[in-house]
Write a protein that binds this ligand. Structure first.
Ligand code: PHE
Ligand code: NA
Length: 447
């Protein structure tokens, strides 16, 4: 018995690591902080927290449970589960849009992963030592203005991703994640500590947590929900695929809670590390995607031991980005592999190269193609906006609706280990709060 219990624990642990490895990434540090800055602070943060708890949690559990039932890639899982519940196989569309979203997201994710690689090297050679806000901003601007620099680092990042996925060394990466994740948390805490000494910590606190509700509109709410989907890797079939490797004994609700708390804690810590530096140096919180690349080098360049801490930080950020990027390429590769005659190796290279090419278009939008606009957005912003505000919510909505209305209630209740009362509450969340929330926010955001 003892042996069995241990095996169960270690498989749950492995699963939590894999899910957290996908969830914790650039979204928590790079994207969260700049979205908060762009969207005016606390109102965004609070709506984001509500979205994570009321919409993110049920959808995460729904994706895992569907995956565990289906035991296949997202497209076939949805198609087969729908058929076996007397529904149309058109539900497979949810799997298709998920795979498409993963493909599109990885293209711009890799560009930012490249920035992180570049800044890792910059920390090694001491580029940021003793620089002031202006010169650090100028360095960042110089990188954006140079297509060759961006291309080099984006390519390097994609080579790493393709190499890892092709060789299937996910195992090794996952065990590395075991030590890297706590290290990342410790470094974030050190940065928050540094922020506390900056004299602007209170300002950062109120920026993040004391809302000006007047700043709230449909756009902010949609952005907050988009961030919730992005950060939890929802609406892409990734969590569905991960659920298919899941043992029957794992409690989905408590596992989801663990992953969500970890992911949210890292995002909030990132904000508490970054905004004191922003305010102390008179930088703008609405800096955009460059926010962490301007603020953090400034902190590292001016603190004792900053060179080594900065190096560690960008290394860990790159690593977190890699584990997420792998989880983004995997569904594309898996789909090609299972639905065409391609081998895994060919599928990995084909999809990797296609992602890379789209990423090149994304990186050119920071310089030579900055005037190429669609719906008023450059290619980078278009990819980010279209996926986070449209594809992910719609795919996630499909998953939760399928879960709540097509699967057998009594079976779900047993699988979730709930008594009738808890299940009534859960059902309310899964059937009404989450789907209606997504629909309302989605529609309001379009206007
Ligand atoms: N959740 C990851 C992050 O926050 C990004 C990601 C999105 C990874 C979707 C996989 C799928 O960085
Ligand atoms: Na995340």
């Amino acid at each position: 018995m003892a042996k069995l219990a241990h095996a169960q624990w270690s498989s749950r642990m492995g699963f939590v690591l894999a899910a957290a490895g996908s969830a914790v990434g650039l979204g928590n540090i790079w994207r969260f902080s700049y979205m908060v800055g762009d969207s005016g602070g606390a109102a965004f943060v609070l709506v984001y927290l509500a979205c994570v708890a009321l919409v993110g949690l049920p959808i995460l559990v729904a994706e895992w449970m569907i995956g565990r039932r289906g035991q296949k890639n997202p497209i076939n899982t949805m198609s087969d589960l729908a058929a076996s519940h007397g529904k149309t196989r058109a539900w497979a569309a949810i799997g298709v849009s998920g795979v498409l979203a993963a493909f599109l997201i990885l293209s711009f994710y890799s560009v930012i992963g490249g920035w992180s690689l570049n800044y890792t090297l910059g920390s090694v050679i001491g580029t940021f030592n003793g620089q002031d806000a202006d010169s650090i901003s100028a360095l960042f601007g110089g990188m954006l203005g140079s297509p060759m620099t961006l291309l080099l680092w984006h390519t390097a990042f994609m080579v790493l991703v393709i190499g890892i996925v092709a060789r299937g060394v996910t195992k090794g990466l996952e065990s590395a994640a075991r030590t890297m994740m706590p290290a990342l948390v410790v470094l974030m805490l050190i940065l928050v500590g540094y922020g506390m000494t900056s004299g602007h910590f209170g300002e950062a606190l109120s920026f993040m947590f004391s809302p000006d509700w007047a700043a709230l509109d449909g756009g902010v709410v949609l952005a907050a929900m988009g961030q919730a989907f992005f950060t939890l890797s929802l609406g892409m079939g990734i969590m569905m695929a991960y659920g298919s490797y899941l043992g029957e004994d794992v409690n989905l609700i408590s596992t989801a809670r663990t992953v969500i708390i970890l992911d949210t804690a890292i995002a909030l810590l990132a904000g508490l590390a970054i905004f004191p530096i922003v305010f102390a140096n008179g930088l703008s919180a609405g800096e955009g995607p460059g926010l962490i690349f301007v603020t953090l080098p400034l902190a590292f360049g001016n603190m004792t031991g900053g060179t080594i801490l900065g190096l560690m930080f960008f290394l860990l950020l790159t690593f977190a980005a890699l584990t997420s990027a792998i989880s983004l390429l995997e569904p594309v590769v898996e789909t090609l592999e299972e639905r065409t005659s391609m081998s895994r190796l060919v599928a990995t290279f084909a999809s990797g190269i296609a992602v890379w090419a789209l990423g090149v278009a994304a990186l050119l939008s920071f310089n030579v193609w900055s005037e190429v606009l669609f719906f008023g957005l450059n290619i980078f912003d278009l990819l980010d906006t279209f996926t986070s505000k449209i594809l992910l919510p719609l795919t996630g909505l499909g998953a939760i609706v399928f879960f709540a209305f097509c699967l057998d209630k009594e079976e779900s209740r047993k699988e979730l280990n709930m008594d009738i009362y808890d299940y009534t509450l859960w059902n309310l969340l899964a059937k009404y709060v989450a789907p209606i929330g997504v629909i309302v926010v989605f529609v309001a955001g379009l206007f």
